[in-house]
Design a protein around this ligand. Structure first.
Ligand code: NDP
Length: 457
């Protein structure tokens, strides 16, 4: 089998070699998952106790194995403290869904026919899961944990560049007694391994996180066999600052809500909309906050922002910086860096038609512009093909609720830069995706309803 070399983004050195799998390898994995689905007795006597045990084994491997955070940091380039948080979140997600195994069931329904009308919630079967490079282990958990908890089996394709934590987790799970075929990782390219997984006849459900363009392709390929599909795609979220907001908190939150994971975050608030009367005061405060962010060695505990994931991605982000300059926005700070590193970058006086305001940059770059009033803020925020996340900063509860209800987005925070709560649905509208992950809602993706009627006459 040929291999893929992984490059550590912080150093440019070779980090590891991983197998470059083929469609035949995907077939072996999917068939093993099919056999495991048939043999693991998750459904016997209508109990999911076995599924709960398997999910808890994986949670323990995340909690206890100390190698995951440094592996994630060296592979993705994210600061070590963020990797610790991400692995902790992944473990929490597995534990949450372990708790869900015995709380999701069918109903008895008062129908018109004489007898008993009831429903069961049954697993779908083999789930094909495709994960991106920005939060490799967290997104693996978001999809794998609810799938396994409901009694399915999983074949996972991590992003080509960032497979290390998912690979190690699957290995540890196997060593700890999770049967072969329950959770399998296949490494390789999207065009070969990803497509073979979506096309495989044993796969009944496809869950994808990544770019909108590839998401559309995933949906097209899955349509041939009427497979279930859920998509978590790109974003271009707005951070709306009203004049009557808590100024200090709004400024303090802006860096983390747009620079987390070096801005390689589908929820990044990369459009900052500031009420005109506050703009002259807010803009320099935001620039100063961005300049205080510690950029450096991601393995260092003090580092707040590391390098971007690959040289190719860094070049793509730099092309947006060039576009911002040539389209006439004012580069107030950043726009430079060595290797895969790029300093936090702020463009002021942006215009809605500029590419930096419309396209997902996926890097540490924000575009700032003023708005006139509440209606203008809503109009600008919704002037995007995406609709994933966003923030509103205001002390006026009426304004907060009016704007929140009017915004075309799947997730929103008021006076906060947070996006993800593992207990609540997460996902997007418009070109940001289909379906919701996390919370109990995610279990809908991984269960089929079956209706059974008993005639009692
Ligand atoms: P992609 O959408 O290309 O990749 C996401 C995953 O899909 C990877 O595992 C990839 O494999 C796989 N994939 C690629 N092509 C196919 C295919 N034809 N069939 C099945 N699977 C496939 O994202 P990129 O990594 O290229 O990033 C490009 C841009 O996408 C980013 O700059 C950002 O704008 C956006 N993005 C959004 C994310 C989000 O969280 N919503 C996450 C990642 C990216 P592989 O790359 O290994 O070949």
């Amino acid at each position: 089998m040929s291999a893929i070399d992984l490059i550590e983004p912080a150093t440019g050195e070779r980090l590891a070699s991983i197998p470059k799998a083929t469609a035949e390898d995907v077939d072996r994995a999917a068939r093993a998952a099919e056999r495991a689905f048939a043999s693991v007795p998750c459904l016997s006597i209508n109990t999911r106790d076995r599924a709960r045990q398997l999910v808890l084994v994986i949670a323990n491997q995340l909690r206890q194995a100390e190698e995951h955070p440094p592996a994630e940091t060296r592979n993705v380039g994210k600061p070590i403290r963020d990797s610790r948080d991400e692995v902790g979140l992944a473990a929490n997600v597995f534990e949450y869904y372990a708790g869900a195994t015995n709380k999701v069931g069918g109903q008895t329904i008062p129908g018109a026919a004489p007898g008993v009308l009831m429903t069961f919630r049954e697993p779908v079967g083999v789930c094909g899961i495709i994960v991106p490079w920005n939060f490799p282990i967290a997104i693996t958990a978001w999809k794998t944990a609810p799938a396994l908890a409901m009694g399915n089996t999983v074949v996972l394709k991590p992003a080509e560049q960032t497979p290390l934590t998912a690979l190690r987790l699957a290995e540890l799970a196997l060593e700890a007694g999770v049967p072969e075929g329950v959770f399998t990782v296949v490494t390789g390219s999207g065009s070969v391994v990803g497509e073979a997984l979506i096309r495989h006849p044993a796969v009944r459900k496809v869950s994808f996180t990544g770019s909108t363009e590839v998401g559309a392709r995933v949906m097209q390929v899955a349509a041939n066999d009427i497979k279930r599909v859920s998509l978590e795609l790109g974003g271009k979220s707005a951070n709306i600052i009203f004049a009557h907001s808590d100024f200090e908190r709004a400024v303090a939150s802006a860096p983390s809500s747009s620079l987390g994971n070096a801005g390689q975050d589908c929820c990044a608030r990369s459009r900052v909309l500031v009420e005109r009367s506050l703009y002259e005061r807010f803009a320099p405060a935001l620039v100063a906050a961005f300049e205080k962010v510690t950029v450096g060695n991601p393995l260092d505990d003090a580092t707040e922002m590391g390098p971007l994931v690959t040289a190719a991605h860094c070049a793509r982000v730099r092309s947006y910086i060039d576009a911002g300059k040539s389209e006439g926005a004012t580069l107030a700070t950043g726009g430079r860096g060595d290797g895969c590193f790029l300093y936090p970058t702020v463009f002021l006086d942006a215009k809605p038609e500029m590419r930096i305001m419309r396209e997902e940059i996926f890097g540490p770059v924000v575009a700032v512009m003023p708005f006139d009033d509440e209606a203008d803020a809503i109009r600008l925020a919704n002037d995007s093909e995406y609709g994933l996340s966003g923030s509103i900063w205001t002390r006026d509860i009426g304004c907060a609720l009016r704007v929140a209800r009017a915004m075309q987005t799947g997730n929103l925070s008021i006076n906060s830069g947070s996006s993800v709560h593992l207990e609540a649905p997460f996902g997007g509208v418009k070109r940001s995706g289909i379906g919701r992950e996390l919370g109990m809602t995610a279990l809908d993706h991984y269960t089929e309803w079956k209706t059974v009627y008993i005639d009692v006459r």
